[in-house]
Design a protein around this ligand. Structure first.
Ligand code: NAD
Length: 290
């Protein structure tokens, strides 16, 4: 398959630089206003927390992985972000911890934004899929976003202008299904339903949208490349192009900061007319074939 050329090496772990962060002109992007970002100890969640903090917001970076959160905070210091990045350990399978997270965010200023990004994967056929694993993916990837939305909405409605937004990390797997990912596919389709339901009750002031990407260069994905190459007897470049990029017309996977920039754009005033739908940034993966 021919693809557009790109100068990056696909397999390099990406570094978030100040230059890679998109800065948006939005009067609400100040440290009085607060964004919760889940999954902020790694990958796309970390990048999104850094982008929002660099855009001036007070960002509550939440994750179950405390070591990873410390690295996110250190990176915020390196980047000298304009806003504030505060870390909050939170296990999204625990309702009391979700409640405490929202309370911390509300104490930090005017809660306006939530980015539900935390996620996990499990590969198994439907017949062999462990039900407790299905329940775990449900709790982290669908129930927790719903509960965070439920708890955040009253805070956002109480803002002087009632403006805010909830963003949910979906995937190309929220558009089609691949085999052996029944829980992941189901939760990503479910998140798109949660997004539309939130838009329906947001009265236009409180918007909701999802972000769908193909494979992004996060530790989770990059760590699979060497093993997959060994298993299939192909080169690492072939894993990237033939397995991970699939039908996409681009030759490189996205970087986490590019996904973070999308979240910031959608949450900002520039996303004013984005409500209930999805930012499908997949290099053509879903909509092209052969
Ligand atoms: P990642 O593994 O780098 O980050 C996921 C984070 O979620 C981790 O820091 C992990 O600790 C956190 N998490 C897991 N369980 C948790 C829990 N119980 N409580 C709190 N936090 C928990 O993964 P990533 O690649 O950055 O993926 C982030 C999101 O993006 C996921 O929802 C994933 O489905 C989605 N996504 C990823 C890709 C990709 O190619 N990387 C593509 C499309 C969508």
């Amino acid at each position: 398959m021919s693809r557009t050329a790109d100068t990056h090496d696909s397999i390099d772990p990406p570094e978030i630089t100040a230059e890679s962060i998109q800065h948006l002109d939005d009067p609400r992007f100040t440290s009085e206003n607060v964004a919760i970002v889940t999954g902020a100890a790694s990958g796309i969640g970390r990048a999104t927390a850094l982008v929002l903090a660099a855009n001036g917001l007070t960002t509550i970076a939440a994750d179950v992985d405390e070591d990873g959160l410390h690295e996110t905070a250190a990176k915020a210091d390196d980047l000298a972000v304009e806003g504030v990045l505060e870390t909050v350990p939170c296990d999204l399978t625990d309702d009391a911890e979700i409640e405490a997270l929202v309370e911390t965010a509300a104490d930090a200023g005017q809660l306006r934004y939530v980015a539900n990004i935390a996620g996990i994967q499990h590969i198994a056929s439907i017949e062999s899929f462990p039900m407790e694993t299905f329940d775990l993916l449900y709790r982290v990837m669908l129930r927790a976003p719903m509960y965070l939305t439920k708890l955040a909405l009253p805070h956002i409605r109480a803002a002087d202008d009632g403006v805010g937004a909830i963003a949910n990390m979906a995937s190309v797997h929220g558009h089609y299904a691949t085999r052996d990912k029944v829980a992941y596919n189901t939760m990503k389709f479910g998140l798109r339903g949660l997004t539309k339901s939130t838009a329906a009750e947001g009265n236009g002031n409180i918007r909701a949208f999802s972000v769908s990407t193909g494979y992004v260069k996060t530790p989770l994905v990059l760590d699979q490349i060497a093993d997959t190459a060994d298993e299939r007897g192909i080169t690492e470049r072939e894993v990237v192009e033939d397995v991970m990029l699939g039908q996409a017309r681009t030759s490189e996977m996205m970087e986490p900061v590019e996904a973070g920039n999308l979240f910031a754009f959608g949450l900002s005033r520039h996303g004013k007319h984005l409500n209930g739908d999805d930012l499908l940034w997949d290099g053509g993966f879903v909509n092209t074939y052969e």
